[in-house]
Design a protein around this ligand. Sequence first.
Ligand code: 5GP
Ligand code: ZN
Length: 113
Amino acid sequence: MDCLFCNIAAGKIASRKIYEDEELFAFHDINPQSPVHFLVIPKKHIANLMECNAEDASLLGKMLDCAQRLAVQQGLGERGCRFVINCKSDGLQTIDHLHIHVLGGRKLKWPPG
Ligand code: 5GP
Ligand code: ZN
């Protein structure tokens, strides 16, 4: 299966990497929607959050912890930011590899359209 984010995590497609460990990869979004906009993904291919179950709880926890730590590193700790997971068609997910968006650096609007 040819997946863009699997290829990014494997270094086969270039990205502006922020962080990498055995299980996770984080990189700046190519089309940022705020001054800071990066993505945290698992290296393992998981299509979306609906595919997850209790066995993925540890990985999901690590993704959230990583997103939070990197948000602080990127200067978002004091004013905060938004952590977003779009899921499937109604959620407007466009890349079918699980990812957390971290958006910050400006006051965001709510609710989403
Ligand atoms: P989704 O709409 O699936 O929640 O988010 C996918 C995100 O991936 C979008 O914000 C989009 O800009 C980003 N994206 C798509 N292709 C690439 C790429 O090749 N490189 C990077 N860095 N981001 C990408
Ligand atoms: Zn993938």
